[in-house]
Design a protein around this ligand. Structure first.
Ligand SMILES: [Cu+2]
Length: 182
């Protein structure tokens, strides 16, 4: 008679435990041996340590200067303006909620420009726009009490999928919505 599945699991678990314990003990013994034998020779490392600290300091100053420069150079662009070609875009309101999407309109046109204003009624979600080949076109966070805007121009007609990109609860995987692009 064939063994039931739980018995097979038990047969594998027993040796797995023993091997894990043996290997863990071996690793522990090796570490303990090295630690014990290296205790009295810390002064050997002083030179190397000093050199290491010096390299680290130089590296830190360089990194800090570069990042500070980059921050000052780029921060004046914030908050990002609406891209000029989307100034007259059609405004679309999108609300996420556990577990679905509420769009102020469901049908869109190829070549039109849209500004999707995305927010959430409850918890944080992520909105992902996927084309018919399930290629991600764009995405942003859907956050309560905050609106993120994504600008989209659809290039192909078809049924596009809206998926939640942030785990938001037990039925997160059901947060699928379809929009039509003609
Ligand atoms: Cu979600």
């Amino acid at each position: 008679m064939a063994q039931p599945a739980w018995m097979i699991t038990l047969n594998v678990q027993q040796p797995a435990w023993i091997i894990t314990l043996l290997v863990s003990s071996l690793v522990f013994i090796v570490f303990w041996f090295i630690l014990k034998n290296s205790k009295d020779r810390e002064e050997d490392y002083d030179g190397i340590k000093k050199k290491g600290f010096k390299i680290r300091n130089v590296y830190f100053v360089i990194l800090f200067s570069v990042l500070l420069g980059a921050t000052f150079y780029t921060i004046t662009d914030l908050p990002y303006d609406r891209p000029p070609e989307f100034v007259n875009a059609t405004e679309v309101e999108v609300e996420a909620l556990q577990f679905g999407w509420d769009f102020s309109q469901e049908e869109f046109e190829v070549g039109e420009k849209y500004a999707f204003h995305v927010t959430s009624q409850d918890v944080n979600h992520g909105i992902g726009f996927y084309d018919e080949d399930m290629m991600l076109l764009t995405q942003t966070q859907a956050m309560p009490d905050y609106t993120n805007t994504v600008y989209v121009e659809f290039e192909e007609p078809g049924t596009y999928q809206i998926l939640c990109l942030e785990y938001c609860g037990a039925a997160h995987h059901l947060m699928i919505h379809e929009i039509e692009v003609k």
